[in-house]
Design a protein around this ligand. Structure first.
Ligand SMILES: Cc1cc2nc3c(=O)[nH]c(=O)nc-3n(C[C@H](O)[C@H](O)[C@H](O)COP(=O)(O)OP(=O)(O)OC[C@H]3O[C@@H](n4cnc5c(N)ncnc54)[C@H](O)[C@@H]3O)c2cc1C
Length: 445
C-alpha cells in the first residue's frame, strides 16, 4: 500500500488483508490475561505523574496498572461528582480500546441500531445502521457497533477497573513543574490552599482542552483556542415524561437528527431510560459566550424558540428540566506540530490537551482512550527494565514514537470535526443519501 501510494496510485491497487475472524483464545483480542490482581509496580519503569482524572487520565492509569508501570493520578476536582459533567458519549472505534483496558462490557452502555436524518417537517432523508443493513441484506461488519453512555458512567466504569476512588489524588491542581537538576520532574500542586510538591520521571498532561501542562510547555499563544463559529445547547430528558407520545424514535436504540441548514438537533440514547439532545447553530463568539453565561433558563428558552419542528422534538425540549441543560461555544485548536514537543523532555500530552476537537464527530473521548493505551504500550516497550531509558531519555525511548502515532491518528479527526461544525449548519446536511453526513474536500459528496 505504501509503494502504491508513493507511486501516486499507478497500477493495480493492492487488496488489503482480511482481518482474523477468530479472537485469541487467551485474551479475546484485548492483549490482557485474566488475573486475580494486577502485577506489582516495577520500580525499574519510570514513575508517571498523570495530570487530570478525566477519560484519558484514568484510562492511562489503568493501562499502566496492568503493565506494572508505577503512576500517580492527580485531579483538581475535590471528588468524582464535584462538577456537573452531564453529557453522553458515543464509543465508536474505542469500544475495542476499552477491552484493551480490561472492560469487556459496559453495563450502562446502550447500543443503537438505527440512525435517521429528518427535515424539520419530519420527512426522513437518510437512514443507516444495522437495522436497515440487515433488512436489506447489505453485507456489513457486525463488529462495528456504537455504544452510547453517559460520560460519568464511562468514567465510573474506568474508575472501578482502576481499583476505586482512592487511586486518584483528588483536590490536586497542578500549578507548575520544572525539570529536576539531576533527573526527573518536580511538580507543584495547589491542595487545600497550600502548595504541595511531588516528583516524577514522566509528566502526562491529560488535563483537557484548557490544559495547564500544555500552557506551561508551549504557551497559550501557540495554537490558542479557535472558535468554530457555533454554540451547542445540551439537555437530558427522561423517557418517562414522553411515554404518551408512543414515538418509535424513542425506543432507546435510535439516534436521530433533524436540520434546516442553520440549526441542527441530534438526539441519542443517554441511558436506557433517557435521551440526550444536542442543539447547535451558528453564532458570533461574543453572543455565544453571553448566552452560555445567562444559564439554563435562557438556553432552554432559546432552544424552544428556535426549534418548533416535528414530534417528538418540541416535547423533548419543553420537558427537559433546567438542571439538565447546559450550553457553551465550540472550540478546538490548530493541529499540534510534532516539533513543538521535540524539546519537551519527559513531558507529553494526551486527549483534549493534545488535540481538542468539536463534538460533532463524537471522537474526542474515543481518541483520548486510544492515546492512553498507545502511550502505556510505548512506555512498556521503550522503557522496560534493562532498557537504559534513564541514559537514553524517556523522550527518545518512548515519547517520540507515541507522539508521532497519536498526532497522525487524531489529525484527521480534528479536521473532520472542524469541518462538521461548518457543514452541519448548511444545506449540505439536507442532502438525501443513506449515509452519515460528510464533506469531501470542498465538494458535496
Ligand atoms: C457535549 C459533548 C459531547 C461529546 N460527545 C462525544 C462523543 O460522543 N464521543 C467522544 O468520543 N467524545 C465526545 N466528546 C468529547 C469528550 O468528552 C472529550 O474529548 C474527552 O472527555 C476528553 O478526555 P480528556 O481526558 O482529554 O479530558 P477531560 O475528560 O476533559 O478531563 C480532563 C480532566 O483534567 C482535570 N484538570 C484540568 N486541569 C487540571 C489541573 N491543572 N490539575 C489537575 N487536574 C486538572 C479536569 O478537572 C478534568 O477532570 C463530547 C464532548 C462534549 C462537550
Amino acid at each position: 500500500m505504501d509503494e502504491f501510494e508513493k507511486s501516486k496510485n499507478q497500477g493495480t491497487a493492492p487488496i488489503p488483508p482480511k482481518g482474523n475472524p477468530y479472537s485469541c483464545p487467551d485474551c479475546s483480542g484485548s492483549g490482557l490475561l485474566a488475573a486475580v490482581s494486577p502485577p506489582a509496580a516495577n520500580k525499574e519503569f519510570p514513575h508517571i505523574a498523570i495530570i487530570g482524572g478525566g477519560i484519558g487520565g484514568i484510562a492511562l492509569a489503568i493501562a499502566c496498572l496492568h503493565r506494572g508501570i508505577p503512576f500517580t493520578l492527580y485531579e483538581r476536582d475535590k471528588d468524582f461528582n464535584s462538577r456537573s459533567q452531564g453529557y453522553g458519549l458515543t464509543l465508536q472505534q474505542a469500544s475495542k480500546a476499552v477491552q484493551g483496558l480490561g472492560i469487556f462490557s459496559l453495563k450502562e452502555g446502550v447500543i443503537s441500531t438505527r440512525h435517521l436524518v429528518h427535515t424539520p417537517e419530519g420527512k426522513v432523508i437518510a437512514e443507516w445502521g444495522t437495522r436497515k443493513w440487515l433488512q436489506s441484506d447489505i453485507k456489513t461488519s457486525s463488529k462495528r457497533t456504537n455504544v452510547h453512555i453517559a460520560r460519568q458512567s464511562l468514567r465510573l466504569a474506568l474508575l472501578e477497573e482502576l481499583g476505586g476512588n482512592h487511586q486518584i489524588k483528588w483536590g490536586h491542581q497542578l500549578v507548575d513543574f520544572k525539570e529536576g537538576e539531576t533527573e526527573g520532574v518536580e511538580l507543584n500542586f495547589h491542595v487545600n490552599g497550600k502548595i504541595k510538591k511531588a516528583k516524577a520521571d514522566l509528566v502526562v498532561g491529560a488535563d483537557g482542552i484548557r490544559s495547564s501542562v500544555r500552557r506551561l510547555l508551549i504557551g497559550e499563544d501557540t495554537a490558542p483556542l479557535r472558535y468554530l463559529g457555533c454554540i451547542v445547547i445540551l439537555g437530558i430528558c427522561p423517557l418517562s415524561v414522553l411515554q404518551d407520545l408512543n414515538s418509535p424514535l424513542l425506543d432507546s436504540a435510535t439516534v436521530f437528527q433533524t436540520a434546516n441548514g442553520n440549526e441542527r438537533i441530534y438526539i441519542m440514547p443517554y441511558a436506557s431510560d433517557s435521551v440526550m439532545w444536542q442543539l447547535s447553530f451558528p453564532m458570533s463568539e461574543k453572543e455565544a459566550k453571553t448566552l452560555s453565561a445567562k444559564g439554563p433558563q435562557a438556553l432552554k428558552e432559546e432552544a424552544c424558540r428556535r426549534i418548533e419542528w416535528h414530534d417528538p422534538i418540541p416535547q423533548i425540549l419543553s420537558s427537559t428540566e433546567e438542571i439538565y441543560i447546559s450550553g457553551y461555544p465550540v472550540y478546538d485548536r490548530e493541529l499540534l506540530q510534532p516539533k513543538l514537543l521535540e524539546k519537551s523532555g519527559p513531558v507529553t500530552l494526551i486527549g483534549d490537551a493534545a488535540h481538542p476537537m468539536s463534538p460533532f464527530k463524537g471522537q474526542g473521548a474515543n481518541q483520548a482512550l486510544l492515546d492512553a493505551l498507545s502511550l502505556a504500550r510505548s512506555i512498556f516497550k521503550g522503557c522496560r527494565p534493562l532498557s537504559d531509558w534513564r541514559k537514553t531519555g524517556i523522550r527518545k525511548s518512548a515519547l517520540v514514537e507515541f507522539e508521532s502515532e497519536m498526532l497522525e491518528r487524531s489529525a484527521v479527526k480534528v479536521r473532520d470535526s472542524a469541518e462538521a461544525a461548518q457543514f452541519l449548519h448548511t444545506e449540505i446536511v439536507l442532502h438525501e443519501s443513506d449515509a452519515p453526513r460528510r464533506w469531501f474536500g470542498g465538494k458535496e459528496h
